[in-house]
Design a protein around this ligand. Structure first.
Ligand code: PBG
Length: 331
């Protein structure tokens, strides 16, 4: 340990390593790389022009065509993967979310499109959840008292896993926070010849106000909340229980979501596992930065890099962010 003072002068001067940009670059403990980034993208059925999402300036609901272009752009920028969300036509939403298991449903069509366009140059991932397809907006099916029925939902997830894998996805992302969803997904994939399709488990997914803009992005009709299945923001230990279960059930990678308000959870999980760890910088996190920047209150580009660096420092190997392509292009 170096002495801290000579007379009244400091003996240790950490500022020496901050003197020039080159020095700071050299001693940086973490750096972002395009391959850390995964682009979440929305594709909407039955539109001929992309539709802007007002609460997420710069993000759109893609047409099939513009989605393919976004995928090509992501590859060119060196982005690692794309996470696809389908937005069906309103009249196709029903109580069971059947559009989510229709082989010709919008998400399955989009997976085939993107796979045909970029092949294996991008890791193609899909949201495995029912909320985009149900008329009540919940992530599962309801029982006769209107509660989300865990085990009936698992049967729907098993079917979804199969149709998404049949369509050519590399990774499925079960995000509904049903108990047993990873195990059921693994079984469904293995029993249908998709042993090579991996599972990115939404392990610690919190019930968050920051999903607000996403609900617009997928045209969700949810009334109420998801507190009976998503985790309480007050809990950390509970996420370690979810982690143990997901790993036991066969998760290949695990995820924490949202990112910024849960960096402690991310750090704890990253410390404990030997599988890759992802963090999802969600719609509301995106919207906060964009809104403050639009008002001239923060420096947008610096704020974006700072949030992503913080998420990486906390332990994420992979970060899902709506800025993925833009950031990768700038790195
Ligand atoms: C569930 C799902 C959600 C998000 C990703 N998958 C919404 C929710 O759980 O309410 C949110 C992503 C974001 O806010 O950017 N299908």
């Amino acid at each position: 340990m170096s002495s801290s003072t000579y007379g009244s002068f400091p003996g240790a001067r950490p500022r020496r390593l901050r003197t020039t940009p080159a020095m700071r670059r050299m001693v940086a403990e973490h750096r972002l790389h395009p391959a850390d980034l995964i682009l979440p993208a929305f594709v909407r059925e039955g539109i001929s022009e992309p539709v802007p999402i007002s609460a997420m300036p710069g993000v759109v609901q893609h047409t099939r065509d513009t989605l393919r272009k976004a995928a090509v752009e992501a590859v060119a920028a060196g982005v690692a993967g794309i996470m696809l969300f389908g937005v069906p036509e309103d009249e196709k939403k029903d109580a069971l979310g059947t559009a989510g298991t229709d082989p010709d449903g919008i998400l399955q069509v989009a997976i085939r499109d993107v796979r045909a366009e970029v092949g294996d140059d991008l890791v193609i991932m899909s949201d495995l959840c029912l909320d985009e397809y149900t008329d009540h907006g919940h992530c599962g099916v309801l029982d006769d008292q209107g509660r989300v029925d865990n085990d009936a939902t698992l049967e729907r997830y098993a079917e979804m896993a199969q149709v998404q894998a049949d369509a050519g996805v590399h990774v499925v992302g079960p995000s509904g926070m049903m108990d047993g969803q990873v195990g059921v997904t693994r079984d469904a994939l293995d029993q249908t010849g998709h042993e090579d399709v991996s599972i990115l488990a939404y392990t610690a997914k919190y019930s968050s106000a920051f999903y607000g803009p996403f609900r617009e992005a997928v045209g969700s009709s949810l009334k109420g909340d998801r507190k009976t299945y998503q985790q309480d923001p007050a809990n950390l230990r509970e996420s370690l229980r979810e982690l143990a279960l997901d790993l036991e059930e066969g998760a290949d990678m695990v995820m924490v979501k949202p990112a910024l308000p849960y960096l402690d959870v991310l750090a704890k999980i990253a410390e404990q596992v030997d599988v890759p760890v992802a963090a999802y910088q969600i719609s509301g996190e995106y919207a906060m930065v964009e809104a403050a920047a639009e008002k001239g209150w923060i420096d947008r580009d610096k704020a974006i890099l700072e949030t992503l660096t913080g998420i990486k420092r906390a332990g994420a190997n992979m970060i899902l962010t709506y800025w993925a392509t833009e950031v990768a292009q700038g790195l």
